[in-house]
Design a protein around this ligand. Sequence first.
Ligand code: PA5
Ligand code: NI
Length: 199
Amino acid sequence: MTLEIQNQRIVTPFSLSIHSETGIPDNHDTLIERYLSKLADIYLDSEAAEAMVREKGDILTYQVFEKDIPEVNGELRFCSSIVYPGKVGDEYFMTKGHFHSRRDTAEIYYCIRGEGFMLMETEEGAYALEAFTPGRTVYVPGYYAHRSINTGTEPLVMLPIYPGDAGHDYGTIEHTGFKHLVVESDGKPTVIENPKYTN
Ligand code: PA5
Ligand code: NI
């Protein structure tokens, strides 16, 4: 719902609850569901992803429950982002990852449940990895592409909050990939260089 104040259309006050186990909110407008069949290319071993889908059927790797908040300066958009546990080969299930279309816009991720990492990289080569554990908050500065990775055995539930006019630029990462990957090695999450990275 919106209302007009001083010639501005703004969102009316509301609240919602996010289930602490499932991450599913009691109220949302849009649900984005990402299936492995459509995401094989984001994994180093994309053929292993395709083989998994052939053998086991399609797999829901993450969901984003959104509220329709106007994508304008001044508003804050937020959602419940749930990455399910699993791996393609040694590489953990993860989001596509993106830059913000407005590069100078930051984002905060509050972790509600699960274990994982936020991988962050700039176009200039700066890189950071921050851990997600329940209650932990990750600050993603502007100019950093960001991808959340579930390294645990339960759903990784996060609450991202970002400026309304940030926008999502997926194309840049689709083209270059991330420079780093998080894979399981000796039973532990380990960062490696992405051999498929193109600058
Ligand atoms: O805006 C954000 O950073 C989040 O809401 C993400 O969109 C969400 O976590 C899903 O990731 P992606 O947009 O990379 O598919
Ligand atoms: Ni973002």
